[in-house]
Design a protein around this ligand. Structure first.
Ligand code: BGC
Length: 738
């Protein structure tokens, strides 16, 4: 049985219980709550006897650890919780964190792919299912959602976010937090969410992982912050700071971010966890002279829990006892951490996530597979479909399926697959085989990687071995249609996976061009975790399907789209550059003083000599097997605070289809200046052939205002345009004055 404080009545208010507990804690025990370790030994094996694991084990037994990460499975979690609850003086339960980023055991599409669905209900459900599955395995806290806006496809972590736009990003951030946390955090099926990485991590210079971030106040307040704020509105209980420095201050040591903005202005009463080792990394940043000073800076800045750098457990006691750090700061941090533990109900039942029967009945349940299949289909974006090569006929075709990724059952799972089984995704080959009316033959074409593929290790991309080319070319030659599955392995994107080239990695481009020489009827199915440069493919390949990394049901989802059993409706959440040199490229840029081609042939306007300004595929872009027409955009009514806009959308094709109707505004004159267009509303509608729907949007002041350079929200009167359409280049517009 668990001891006294864990069994205290839950009838008392959390505050009373918190205060009473805090008053019993020694300084060391308080600091222990601020200490988080990654799983440091095989819990089901013998207790560690030597080295750092033995030290950490002793600390755990002495109540000097508040949280663990990377431990999962009821048996493991229960064993550790038992030590915390039954062997430590006060019996304070641990909180167990895990990167439940896109699913747990059942894997959903990577977050960037889910964002392409623009389907908030589906995204919320995906997070809810992930919480259901993870909580059955002992987890009660996820390090998600990552809500970092990014415009730079070189940065590998764009796969984990919702793309480049703060409005879409905010809606998705809200939905994900709701999905994870539900309406009742104390239910055994919901888990605490964590908004990360606070803040600016998505803007590393040159797209290089962990690089410095140097952005102005406009970008900070209007691009980076909105999704974080949305998570606060959704009631997120934790934040994670970031590895990077923002304008010269490591985020982990930033009082402005963590205290002024987050805790004071936004009234956040949950806790902030550091990123892995980021407290001590302030020494490498050149911001703290040693780990001890780093601990001081971090705690003063408002980093409440130290993930894995040991700086708090090693130095905070000294810092407080010598009067350098105020104990009140420790109390504040501990109060926040304990509050979340109380809210999760861990003090009432520390083993509430440790039900072995529930674990058995839940993990990998069929209903998660069904839901992830739906999510995967919704995430697919049709980029090109010349001469309606797609959908494929179901009978009588000889189809060549080419590409290493086509029969890969691990890569489609994507990057964050810590609890998933390797080789567990449905491959494209398997998915296509379920359609038996055609003659399908597979040829690998070219091996994508050589050597082992691991989450934490550098990949070796095959750049020399073309021995599989001839067989694939021969197969393509005799086939009616070629489906080529090319792109990035799941481990090509993610943390530590920045790239300077954004084409198809390795020898895949060469293979594509060789196959094209013998058969031009190619459907290119892309697997990737970031926008790629696809200029050649766009010029020559008739059909291109963006299929990201779609998770456990990937191959089934792709096959259903290729055969037209599902009509794709995804829209890009990030612009796809035409050339690498355009990066960072995004639709909501600001006008220059010389935005347009002058009438003469002079060079003095904002452009490139060797490339157009526009991306290859813009934000919000995506095709369908049907077509949509927009008409009758009008402002129906305007009050001081709201504007009601409507537009008619008609399905002008032959099949039923879904369309993401997007509304953008342009604020013609503002100080500071505003982007040339900003997304301010969208709606996903379903239309039968020839059906028309009137879609209404209500714009409020919040949507028309912005943050000035002092971080104050302002709404400025003046001339606005409203644009409505199926992507961010839409021309259909109307005007109003505010
Ligand atoms: C990542 C975080 C993640 C943490 C724990 C870090 O390397 O930046 O996003 O949650 O590890 O795994």
């Amino acid at each position: 049985m668990f001891n006294s404080c864990a069994s205290e009545s839950n009838m008392q208010s959390i505050d009373d219980r918190l205060n009473s507990l805090l008053s019993k804690m020694t300084l060391e025990e308080k600091i222990g709550q601020m200490n988080q370790y990654s799983s440091f030994w095989d819990v089901t094996g013998p207790a560690p006897k030597e080295g750092s694991a033995a030290v950490q084990f002793e600390q755990l037994k002495n109540g000097l650890v508040g949280s663990m990460l990377n431990v999962h499975g009821v048996e493991n979690v229960r064993k550790l919780q038992q030590i915390a609850v039954e062997e430590t003086r006060l019996g304070i339960p641990l909180i167990f964190g895990f990167d439940v980023i896109h699913g747990f055991k059942t894997i959903s599409p990577i977050p960037l792919a889910e964002a392409a669905s623009w389907d908030l209900e589906a995204i919320e459900l995906s997070a809810k299912n992930a919480a259901l599955e993870a909580s059955a395995a002992g987890i009660n806290w996820t390090f998600a959602p990552m809500v970092d806006i990014s415009r730079d496809a070189r940065w590998g972590r764009v796969m984990e976010g919702a793309g480049e736009d703060p409005y879409l990003g905010s809606k998705i951030a809200f939905a994900r937090v709701k999905g994870f946390q539900g309406d009742d955090l104390s239910a055994p099926t919901t888990i605490a969410a964590c908004a990360k990485h606070f803040a600016g991590y998505g803007f590393p210079e040159a797209g290089k992982e962990y690089n410095s971030v140097d952005i102005g106040t406009q970008t900070l307040h209007n691009m980076v912050m909105p999704p974080f704020k949305a998570t606060i509105e959704a009631g997120v209980r934790t934040f994670m700071n970031s590895f990077s420095q923002l304008n010269g201050v490591p985020a982990t040591g930033s009082q402005y971010l963590q205290r002024t903005l987050l805790k004071d202005q936004w009234n956040f009463d949950g806790f902030v966890v550091s990123d892995w080792g980021s407290i001590e990394e302030m020494v490498e940043h050149g911001y703290a002279k040693d780990a001890k000073q780093a601990a001081q800076i971090a705690v003063e800045a408002g980093s409440d829990m130290d993930m894995q750098s040991l700086a708090y457990v090693d130095h905070l006691t000294d810092l407080v006892k010598s009067g350098v750090v105020q104990e009140a700061l420790i109390d504040d941090a501990v109060r926040r951490i304990l509050r979340v533990k109380f809210e999760l109900g861990l003090f009432d039942d520390p083993y509430k996530y440790c039900n072995i029967e529930r674990e058995k009945a839940t993990i990998g349940h069929e209903k998660f597979q069904e839901a992830t299949l739906e999510m995967a289909k919704k995430s697919i974006v049709l980029l090109k479909n010349k001469n309606q090569l797609l959908p494929l006929k179901k009978k009588g075709l000889n189809i060549a399926l080419i590409g290493d990724l086509a029969d890969d059952k691990t890569s489609p799972l994507g990057n964050w697959i810590l609890a998933a089984e390797k080789n567990s995704a449905v491959s494209v080959l398997e998915g296509m085989k379920t359609y038996e009316g055609n003659n399908l033959e597979f040829s690998v074409g070219v091996k994508l990687n050589t050597g082992a593929l691991e989450f934490a290790k550098e990949l070796n991309i095959n750049t020399t071995d073309k021995s599989d080319f001839p067989a694939a070319i021969k197969l393509a030659k005799k086939s009616d249609v070629v489906v080529m599955v090319l792109g990035e392995h799941g481990f090509h994107s993610g943390e530590g996976r920045s790239r300077t080239q954004l084409g198809l990695p390795g020898l895949q481009q060469e293979l594509l061009e060789q196959v094209f020489k013998v058969n031009q009827n190619i459907i290119l199915v892309l697997n990737n975790g970031r926008p790629l440069v696809l200029d050649w493919a766009d010029q020559y390949i008739p059909a291109i399907v963006e299929a990201w990394q779609l998770g456990s049901q990937s191959g089934n989802a792709i096959a259903q789209v290729l055969y037209g059993d599902y009509n794709p409706s995804g829209k890009l959440p990030m612009s796809f550059p035409k050339s690498l040199g355009q990066v960072p490229i995004y639709y909501n840029y600001k006008s220059t003083g010389r935005p347009t081609l002058p009438s003469t042939d002079e060079v003095f306007w904002s452009h490139y000599q060797d490339e157009q300004n526009a991306p290859l595929y813009t934000f919000g872009y995506g095709l369908s097997y049907t077509t949509f027409a927009y008409s009758n955009l009008k402002i129906n009514s305007q009050t001081d605070t709201t504007i009601d806009v409507s537009v008619e959308v008609t399905n002008t094709g032959n099949v039923q289809g879904k369309e993401v109707v997007q509304l953008y505004i342009k604020d013609h004159f503002a100080r500071p200046t505003q982007p040339i267009k900003s997304l301010k509303g969208f709606e996903l509608i379903d239309l039968n052939p020839n059906q028309t729907k009137t879609v209404h949007f209500t714009l409020t002041e919040t949507q028309l205002g912005f943050y000035d350079n002092d971080g104050n929200f302002t709404v400025q009167p003046g001339d606005f345009s409203i644009y409505v359409g199926g992507d961010s280049t839409t021309k259909l517009n109307t005007k109003f004055k505010l």
